[in-house]
Design a protein around this ligand. Structure first.
Ligand code: GDP
Length: 340
């Protein structure tokens, strides 16, 4: 029990996280992964204190401290973890601090090691401006996508940029969209999957598309031009923003990373602070609705007056500054009281 929040007060922990103390950050993330039933309440308390501290703290206050949360998603094997390692290094060289969280739902099913662990070994453990961590168990949250939200909040309190690496293509990447300001989808030259998904309208159009393994030659540039054509066709029929960039990288040869860092920054600038705040508040609400729905099911929703009522209640709580996890807990508690 030594490595959990009970041994620290929540405010001490919040201070440690904001000071980028790796032990504090690791402790918070351990609690997020913990299966103890009260761990989730401890995380809720921590997130509330972190948000309060960030709003008040000198130097952290104001919109300059908004940072940037970047989701890197795509099918297994396309080179996400290799790419995240090189991107993190590029950003560090530019003087930015970086927190990385890798979320791999398939690791639960297989019980195996996380993909790309070898790539992660390339990180320098002595670097105080970089923190890398995988979320391998779903803990009390009952879903890695839910746990990822809490992990991102913790890392965002400590680092300029947070990279969220997650497996997924199609519907599953929407979970990362709830927690990321910018979503980049990594694809493999020649697979054609993404093109199919885009055409079928299965997939929400990401903010950025990355064709990795540029070193594989012609197939990579062909994949990029196919994607550009698909995006412009989709834009003509009213889908997407029309200016979605398609970038080419080679994580193996470290090509295209200055451009990638630049494109990510551009998207951040395009959104602006107001855009970021709007996107985050929509994401938080979507996250809270999803969390409550999964926890109480359709019967529970009906008992609370239906989906629209729950939606409205959560929106009110969040608008009043309550954290999504705390707001979700209040609703679930409310239901339990009613059932007694
Ligand atoms: P992930 O499953 O998407 O995280 O992919 P990984 O980063 O684990 O990479 C999967 C495989 O692709 C590994 O064997 C990598 O060495 C390889 N790989 C990653 N990036 C590149 C690249 O840019 N070029 C080439 N040729 N191979 C790459």
């Amino acid at each position: 029990m030594s490595a959990d929040l009970r041994t620290n007060t929540v405010s001490e922990l919040s201070r440690g996280i904001r000071a980028r103390d790796k032990t504090s950050i690791a402790r918070a993330l351990n609690t997020i992964e913990n299966r103890r039933s009260d761990a989730e309440r401890e995380v809720a308390a921590l997130l509330t204190v972190l948000a309060e501290d960030l709003a008040q703290g000198p130097g952290q206050a104001g919109k300059a401290a908004l940072g940037h949360r970047i989701g890197i998603t795509g099918p297994p094997g396309v080179g996400k973890s290799s790419l995240v390692a090189v991107l993190a290094r590029t950003l560090r060289e530019q003087g930015r601090t970086v927190g990385v969280v890798a979320v791999d739902p398939s690791s639960m099913r297989s019980g195996g090691a996380l993909l790309g662990d070898r790539a992660r070994m390339a990180f320098d453990p002595q670097d105080q401006g970089l923190f890398v961590r995988s979320l391998a168990t779903q803990g009390v949250f009952g879903g890695l996508a839910h746990a990822a939200y809490a992990a991102v909040e913790v890392l965002a309190a400590a680092y300029d940029l947070v990279l969220i690496e997650t497996v997924g293509v199609g519907q599953t990447e929407t979970a990362v969209a709830h927690v990321a300001d910018t979503v980049a989808l990594v694809v493999q030259p020649g697979s054609g999957d993404v093109l199919q998904f885009l055409k079928a309208g299965v997939m929400e159009i990401p903010d950025l598309l990355i064709v990795n393994k540029l070193d594989q030659g012609k197939t990579a540039s062909q994949a990029a031009s196919d994607l550009r054509v698909a995006l412009s066709t989709l834009h003509q029929i009213g889908a997407g923003q029309g200016d979605t960039q398609v970038l080419l990288t080679s994580a193996r040869d470290r090509i295209g990373f200055e451009e990638l860092a630049h494109a990510l920054h551009d998207h951040r600038m395009q959104l602006g602070n107001e855009g970021i705040l709007a996107r985050r508040s929509a994401g938080r609400l979507a996250w809270a609705i999803d969390f409550v729905t999964r926890r109480i099911g359709s019967v529970g929703l009906d008992t609370l007056g239906g989906g629209a009522a729950v939606h409205a209640e959560l929106a009110l709580a969040l608008a009043a500054g309550v954290s999504p996890l705390t707001a979700a807990h209040s609703l679930v508690d409310h239901l339990l009281v009613r059932r007694r």
